[in-house]
Design a protein around this ligand. Sequence first.
Ligand code: GLY
Length: 362
Amino acid sequence: MTKILRLELKDHSYPIYVGKDILSHIGEYLLQKLKPSKVLVVSDESIVQLYTPIVTGSLVEQGLDVYSIDIPSGEESKSLEQFSRIQDSLIEKQFDRSSIVIALGGGVVGDLTGFAAAVYMRGIPFVQIPTTLQAQVDASVGGKTAINHQKGKNLIGAFHQPKLVLIDVNTLESLPKPDIRAGLIEVIKMGVIRDEPLFQLVEETLDGIIDLDERVLIEMISQACAGKADIVAKDEKESSLRMVLNYGHTFGHALEAVTEYKKYRHGEAVSIGMNCAARLAANLKIFSESDFQRQNRLLRDAKLPVTFPQEHSHEEIYAAMYHDKKVIDGSLRLILPIEIGNVVIRDDIPETKVKEAIIQCY
Ligand code: GLY
């Protein structure tokens, strides 16, 4: 039942496996593709007891020299301090370019570990084993790695593609339901930006997704990863097409910033951002009112938030949008839907129109 996809990037193409019971066979999957001398498994405190022994056990069974390190859970760990801890460990254990680093966890572990692997000895191989839905359908695929700076998220990073992505849907069983719902936003996003059948699949199988029906999850995650892989294959460094993955994110990042990254999960902020971007597109009459309602209905059915909090004014949110990385030469670049399954990139939307859409989303 395992699905195998491939991200085609010339000499750094890689497979993405999506299935169940993968974790306990990691050693076998790894050796099919890589012949590492040493392996470092990086995970976070919330999952270290759950999954690290399974993964390291499977690697040891294959005769590999295995080490592990865990970081505190949460966004604060995308820091220079945790980055240095990983570098110290790699140096101390004498890792070299034939060694590999495994990121076992959610987006924070993946981004931090990927960046550590990108920089150590000018780049050593790494493998993504994402354990959250958000990381499985988005962050683990595509090679974006980074840590945060106090002035902003992901400001220090590199494109460094993994050698392999291994997605085991059974890991979702340990997640709280709000995390599943927040991760689902990236699938709904993929549906809106380029894949109406995927959007429809989420509409039709929402209960199965939330109840973690393995068959439904494998189908949905592999379709979302196929979409992401196709976009990254065409525009690895985000010079054009890959920007569409930021649908809802300019509004969402602004909301995360004004609420100091404490009130919303990333996916919840993006959900509000997608509602606002869709409202704006409908106001501009490039997106039909019925498609706007269809997206809004699915977000609400998935129990995702769609309205801005009263405590933060539209002026404050608008100002925060200008601190996003996606602002180019002072103009706000927005991804706007024109139908479910298709978007456009626009940098000519008047300030009044953007503010009007924010006001309508309270
Ligand atoms: N998460 C957006 C991207 O990978 O481009």
